[in-house]
Each structure stands twice: as structure tokens, then as C-alpha cells.
Design a protein around this ligand. Structure first.
Ligand code: FES
Length: 116
């Protein structure tokens, strides 16, 4: 199933556009030249992930070293701060147990298309 999301320019301008896929809200998120899509309900208490924020995270490093990376590849829930990998949907804290469903998104000409 393909869902036409809208024009590349419009989705980029909005940053995140919520669409319905199989009756469920999905947030299509623009990051630089790329697009990602995740289920738009946080698995904790249901906040809209689209109203959250994007950031990076601290990467595994040697003791006493702080290495920041994955900039704009982490989406943070606006209510209580749970964080998820934008590409895989997995929780940063409990990746085996908690996550957001992700969807493939492509750019076709001037249109953003979600594949469900
Ligand atoms: S609703 Fe998302 S962290 Fe609580």
C-alpha cells in the first residue's frame, strides 16, 4: 500500500505531517534531505510523537569520555522524554522491549510517498 503524503516542500516546511495508515496515526518526519515515518503514539501514554523533538544522543565510549552523535536521529516524546531511534523505532533505553513502528518513505518526483 502506498500513501501519498504531499509535496516535498510542504512536508519539509511542516517538519512532521500526521497521516492515517490502516486507521492508525503515522508521523512523517522531514530531516534534512530525508524522510522518516513512525507510529504517532508514544507506547508509554500515547502522546503524539510529531509534537516531540529531534536530537542526538551520547554514544558508547571509553570511561570518562562523552561522545555525542546521531544528531537528529533520535525522536523524544514531548510528555515524559522517552527517546526512540528514528530509523529503527527502537527505544534507546529498552530497545528489546519498547519501540515505535516505522515505515519506509520515498521521494517520487516532488512527492513524499509512504509504503505500508
Ligand atoms: S507519553 Fe511518551 S514518554 Fe510518556
Amino acid at each position: 500500500m502506498e500513501v501519498r503524503i504531499g509535496s516535498v516542500d510542504d512536508v519539509r516546511r511542516e517538519g512532521c505531517r500526521i497521516v492515517e495508515v490502516h486507521g492508525r496515526p503515522v508521523g512523517v518526519i522531514s530531516v534534512g534531505d530525508e524522510f522518516f515515518a513512525v507510529h504517532d503514539r508514544c507506547p508509554h501514554m500515547g502522546a503524539s510523537m510529531c509534537t516531540g523533538s529531534l536530537s542526538g544522543t551520547f554514544l558508547p565510549a571509553e570511561p570518562h569520555e562523552l561522545v555525542y552523535g546521531r544528531d537528529d536521529r533520535v525522536i523524544r516524546c514531548p510528555w515524559h522524554g522517552w527517546e526512540f531511534d528514528l530509523e529503527t523505532g527502537r527505544s534507546l533505553l529498552e530497545p528489546e522491549r519498547v519501540g515505535l513502528r516505522t515505515y519506509r518513505v520515498t521521494q517520487e518526483g516532488d512527492e513524499v510517498v509512504l509504503h505500508a
